[in-house]
Design a protein around this ligand. Sequence first.
Ligand code: GLV
Ligand code: MN
Ligand code: MN
Ligand code: MN
Length: 418
Amino acid sequence: MTEVQAPAALDAVAALAELAPVGADPVRGGWSRHLLDDADRDMRAWFVRTAESLGLSVETDANANQWATWAPEGAAGRAIATGSHLDSVPGGGPLDGPLGVVSALAAVSRLMAEGHVPSRPIRVANFAEEEGARFGVPCLGSQLLAGELDTDRVRRLTDVAGTTYAEAMTAAGHDPQAIGRDEDRLSDLALYVELHVEQGRQLEPLGAPVGLATSILAHGRWRLTVAGRGDHAGATELDSRHDPMLVAAAVVQAARARALEASPETRSRATVGKMRIVPGGSNAIASEVALWLDARAEHDPDVRALVEAVLADAREAATAEGCTVEVAEESFSTRVGFDVPLTDRMAAALEPGFGEVPRIPTGAGHDAGILSAHLPAAMLFVRNPDGVSHSPHEGASDEDIRAGVDALTAVLRDLTGP
Ligand code: GLV
Ligand code: MN
Ligand code: MN
Ligand code: MN
């Protein structure tokens, strides 16, 4: 008699340790893994290797998202999807993204090891360019899959080196003409559950290792290009300068001031975290400054109002300094309320192991938010004791990481039960 031996279950903590050298950023600290760069290629290779070692079949879709499928005999109908992303912000933390992918593979391997026979296929996703760090548009892979983006515009997006998305895709062996809404793949999914490290500090005071998501703030990104007149820092009189840095400084201040001015229930927040100064010499007045405004609030009109207020301040500052401002909207993501029946079902599945799991909102964007407009989607958060994220200091304890895998395993077991 031959017995099919399930491979040993994947340990999420060990898997994350294996990924730690990939894309470690010696300049910024933390990790920099951006769409189709060397680090992303190594992360993707790890995904294929690990998923295949567990006996999953791996494919890459037209939008550069990776999918690892477990569909043993008896699994039928639309798939249960889970996963997250393996890319990062510049100099980001170890968990934003990878925790969800690693935990998904670990949970599937646990179900295999315990002899669970899923009633439906389970697909583990690695969504491409969730952070939008290379081409400026967050959740690029899931938005393309869902048909949310103008594909001509996407093909023309450029990175800092001037490489277009189309060129980057071609160089990595993908066909940039094939991107866009993937009806077959989308309609094959019954639902999507994403596990993610908590961003913000809500679970720690509640003493809870895991939480369920309720909603995502509406959010977007705007690029402001301020043009002035480049000149000599020593030889140019103060009254004859057109210095775009002054305008940029006013925008940074306005982002905070206008967000504070909005009523608290709008949960408004605005940030300038990225700036490009041309030419960038310490003894030169800049000729141009590009800066990126990230604005978020509870509802879409709150974000629109916040951005309009900041832009009005930017234009006023530009006029005063004899500069010009051009504004481009790089992305906008509408407010998300996660699927309540699915979240309730997850809460019930978690009850035996975790008791009543807290439900918390988040200010961070996720592929689950994009997909929620197309299929039932929900999220599980793993406690982050300091709440820090998009920083090398992001973290979760090994114990909580393993608790997250326990939770996701319980959820997948329930969703694919008899
Ligand atoms: C992505 O993590 C975002 O919310 O910016
Ligand atoms: Mn992130
Ligand atoms: Mn993320
Ligand atoms: Mn995100």
